[in-house]
Design a protein around this ligand. Sequence first.
Ligand SMILES: NC(=O)c1ccc[n+]([C@@H]2O[C@H](COP(=O)([O-])OP(=O)(O)OC[C@H]3O[C@@H](n4cnc5c(N)ncnc54)[C@H](O)[C@@H]3O)[C@@H](O)[C@H]2O)c1
Length: 252
Amino acid sequence: MELEDKSIIITGASSGIGAAAALLFAAEGAKLVLGARRTAELEALAAQIRENHGRAVFLAGDVRDEGYASALVALALREFGHLDGAFNNAGIVGDMVPVAEMGIANWNDVIAVNLTSAFLAAKAQIPVMKEHRQGSIVFTSSFVGFSNGGLPGMAAYAASKAGMIGLMQSLAADHAGDGIRVNALLPGGTITPAGGAGQPAILDFVANLHPMKRMANSEEIAQAALFLLSDRSSFVTGSPMLVDGGISVRLA
Ligand SMILES: NC(=O)c1ccc[n+]([C@@H]2O[C@H](COP(=O)([O-])OP(=O)(O)OC[C@H]3O[C@@H](n4cnc5c(N)ncnc54)[C@H](O)[C@@H]3O)[C@@H](O)[C@H]2O)c1
C-alpha cells in the first residue's frame, strides 16, 4: 500500500481528477478528508470508499474561504490525529475569451479559486505538517501554466496556474528544512466535466493538440498525484511535474 495510514486532504474531490484520486488513494490505504462544493457528491463518494473498506470523511465548502481551508485541516486532525498530505486540486477554467473581452469579475474569480485557494490551503496545512516535520503538498496546476499548447482564451487560467508554480517553488524552498515537500502536477487535457466530457467537438479538438492524439483519463493523472504524495517521491520537491501526453512540447 503506497499511502498506508497517511491522512490526506483532497479538494475538488466531488468530480473528475479529485474523485479519481480519492478512489485510488483510498485503495492505497489513505485516510481521506474530501472537500469540494457539493455535499451530495462528496457524501456518495465517501460512502463508496467506506463500502470498499476505505476511510473517508468529507466537508463541503468554498476553497476561496480561509475558514474552509482551516476547517479541512481541523477535520483531518480530529478524525485521524495527524495530516500527512494534501492534494489541493479544486479549480475552474472560467470564461475562455481573449483578454480584451474578459470581465474583471471572471479574472478575479479564476485567480481566487485557482491561485488564492492554493495560498490559503498551504497557509493552513504547513503549520500542522511542520509540527510533525513531515508532509507532502501537491497542487494541481496545468500544462497551460507552463506552455499554452495551442489552447485559445486561456489568459486568466494560465496566469493562475503559472502563479501556482511560483507559489509551489517558494513553499518548497521555504519548507524543505521542515521535512515538507511541495510539488505541482501539470496535467494535459483530461476527460472530466471541466475538460469537456460529454462535448465531442471539444474533446476531439483538445485530443488533437496532444502528440499522443488523445486526452488523459482522470486515473492517469491521479496516479501521478499518488507518486507525489507517497514516499516513493521522497527526493522530489519544487517540481512542476508534467503529465501531459507531450502537449507542452508541441510548440517548443
Ligand atoms: N480537465 C483538464 O483538462 C485539466 C487539465 C489540467 C488541469 N486541470 C485541473 O485539474 C483540477 C481538477 O479539475 P477537473 O478537470 O477534475 O474538473 P472538475 O470540474 O471535474 O472538478 C473540479 C472540482 O473542483 C471543485 N471546485 C471548483 N470550484 C470550487 C470552489 N470554489 N470551492 C471548492 N471546490 C471547488 C468542484 O467542486 C470539483 O470537485 C483543476 O484544478 C483543473 O484546473 C484540469
